[in-house]
Design a binder for this molecule. Structure first.
Ligand SMILES: [Zn+2]
Length: 106
């Protein structure tokens, strides 16, 4: 989104190339760079009474970085739920590799 102002002592702040957020206000979300969201529809399994029961689930994930910092986070959350986790990029990369290895067992 280019340079923005008003969030750090009137100094212009440059957004990372992936940021799609305007930083016009002072709300928490205005102080975080935010990428386009990606949605994954699928299913998860809940353990219940000795069986795994599938339920539909939708995840949403995006990159975020608090303005004025250099560390980027991968935010993964239920689209409609309370579950949410933020992973640093190194951890997200390790998770991706591990997920591929597990799926390659099939
Ligand atoms: Zn930004």
């Amino acid at each position: 989104m280019g340079a923005v102002g008003g969030v750090e002592d009137d100094a212009a702040v440059s957004c990372p190339v992936w940021c799609e957020r305007d930083h016009d206000g002072v709300h928490y979300e205005d102080l975080v760079h935010h990428s386009r969201a990606h949605f994954v529809q699928g299913a998860s399994g809940d353990w219940s009474d000795g069986a795994i029961l599938a339920r539909s689930l939708a995840f949403v994930m995006h990159l975020e970085r608090p303005v004025g910092t250099t560390e980027t986070w991968v935010n993964l959350a239920e689209e409609e739920g309370l579950w949410q986790v933020r992973l640093d990029v190194a951890t997200a990369s390790k998770l991706l590799v591990a997920l591929r290895q597990v799926l390659n067992l099939l």
